[in-house]
Write a protein that binds this ligand. Structure first.
Ligand code: ADQ
Length: 464
């Protein structure tokens, strides 16, 4: 059996209490690595004065953990720069926030090439190489230049934008060419796949064959969609763990019979947080019966604090929640509880279960795992209601949620008002349908279907 090599910007090895701390994705990848005696390669998280292709190796179970450092310059240009100030906003359709800089561009390709040079000596001829996400699009191309002929796959966790949006990036062609170094490209949803195919056919003089193969830049590759899932069984178990139940009871006591609506997101402008707070404000304005009776708990830990737009959004949210509370709060009720920190997964599971509704309203999202976690954590006898943005990849699967357009505030307000008044039989019916999907298309199914497809594609070829 060929080994599996996972390449991602960050390597997150589940610790001894693995499931409590690591996310489902880390656990699922790690268990595949254990099965196939694999290697997990990525950035160590360390920023040093001058970086090299030197790799630190650690061995855990039968898995090799291989990490390399970034220099300050790499971190600025590759990570904060091209990946998070250009690709992230652009791929989420935020051309207005996309900061393109040729220096970032060079840094991105330099770090991708260095990762490839550091990884290549660890590879064996039969290995399957699986590269993850927008940070490392160009890694496969450099491996091919070095003569690597292994099967290589790439999975994009974020949306793939339409051609017109992608083409605002000055070096879009170099990125597309880099993608063609892989043998298989995986997207989250059919619309992402279609957007890529359209770009290839119309902007890269490529061809799409009837069986789905794509030819361009002198290579023929496969591209498909593989919606990522969660470990649903584990989340359901965690939701009734003692730690979850402690959080559940504490929350219930503090709510004193009022309804709780939950939002859990990394603090990111793609998650639609200011619009969500504005919708909650309008709910209280338009439907006064909710005053004193409903609270929004928004959990949003800071992420990417070195990027200016992330500092701005934090300030915006603090101001917005303060304004709503100033306007509506009473001596014994606060409408918005805004918490800028993260929680252990078991605690989060208890809070999901204590909430009568979840507002998952990103403006764009590759998939959105919070929506699936919320579903899996519910009490089957008395489930809460999921209100989900149509622009999250998850909306393609979770059709039994109340689907809303986050750009249309009244749609969100009405969706939320409806969710808060849904009768038990309808809540149960919707939840069963959602849970069927979350369980059958879980993270192991996602992982296995990508790896099996990669195993079945023709072996990789050097670049022409
Ligand atoms: P993210 O943008 O990070 O992921 P998401 O899919 O929602 O978005 O995953 C976030 C994860 O972080 C969830 O597992 C959630 O439980 C956890 N989390 C968030 N806030 C937390 C908190 N306060 N405390 C503890 N945990 C918290 C990217 C893409 C998504 C895609 C995933 C996976 O942007 O669209 O679904 O990758 O492919």
């Amino acid at each position: 059996m060929s080994r599996l090599i996972v390449v991602s910007n960050r390597v997150s090895v589940p610790g001894p209490r693995d499931k409590a701390t690591a996310g489902g994705l880390a656990v699922a990848l790690y268990s595949a690595l254990r099965k196939y005696n694999g290697v997990w390669f990525g950035w160590s998280g360390e920023i040093v004065d001058s970086a090299s292709s030197q790799v630190e190796l650690q061995y855990s179970d039968s898995v090799t953990i291989a990490t390399t450092d970034l220099s300050h310059e790499d971190y600025e240009e590759y990570y904060n720069g091209f990946a998070n100030s250009a690709l992230w906003p652009l791929f989420h359709y935020r051309i207005d926030l996309t900061a393109y800089d040729r220096r970032f561009d060079k840094g991105y390709f330099r770090v991708n090439a260095r990762f490839a040079h550091a990884l290549a000596p660890l590879l064996q001829p039969e290995d399957l190489v699986w590269v993850h996400d927008y940070h490392l699009i160009a890694c496969g191309e450099e491996l091919r230049r070095m003569g690597c002929e292994q099967r290589m796959g790439f999975f994009l966790h974020i949306p793939f934008p339409s051609s017109q949006v992608l083409m605002t990036l000055p070096n879009h062609r170099a990125l597309a060419r880099a993608l063609f170094a892989y043998d298989l490209i995986g997207f989250q949803t059919l619309p992402d796949l279609r957007a890529f195919q359209e770009y290839v056919v119309h902007e890269a003089d490529g061809e799409l064959s009837d069986d789905g193969r794509l030819t361009a830049f002198g290579r023929t590759i496969r591209a498909s969609f593989f919606p990522i899932g969660i470990d649903a069984e584990e989340m359901a178990e965690m939701a009734t763990s003692p730690e979850a139940m402690r959080h559940f009871s504490r929350m219930q006591r503090s709510m004193q019979g009022r309804k709780l609506v939950i939002g859990v997101d990394r603090l990111d402008y793609t998650k639609g947080l200011p619009a969500r707070l504005a919708a909650f404000d309008r709910l209280l304005e338009s439907y006064p019966d909710n005053r004193g009776n409903v609270t929004l708990l928004q959990i949003a830990p800071s992420s990417r604090p070195d990027v200016r737009d992330y500092v701005d959004i934090r300030e915006e949210l603090e101001a917005a929640s303060g304004k709503i509370n100033g306007h509506f709060a009473d001596f014994d009720w606060v409408p918005v509880r805004y918490v800028n920190r993260s929680y252990a997964r078991r605690s989060l599971a208890g809070l999901y279960r204590a909430s009568q509704a979840a507002l998952v309203t990103p403006l764009r999202d590759g998939m959105n795992l919070v929506a699936k976690e919320y579903v899996a954590a519910q009490d089957p006898d008395d489930p809460g209601v999921l209100i989900l943005s149509r622009f999250a990849g998850a909306a393609r699967q979770l059709e039994a949620a109340i689907l809303v357009n986050p750009h249309d505030m009244d749609d969100v307000v009405e969706g939320l008002q409806r969710a808060l008044h849904l009768a038990l039989p309808e809540r149960q019916e919707r939840w069963r349908s959602l849970m069927d999907n979350v369980t059958s298309q879980d993270v192991s199914a996602w992982r296995d279907s990508f790896v099996e497809t990669l195993r079945s594609v023709p072996a990789g070829k050097k670049l022409a």
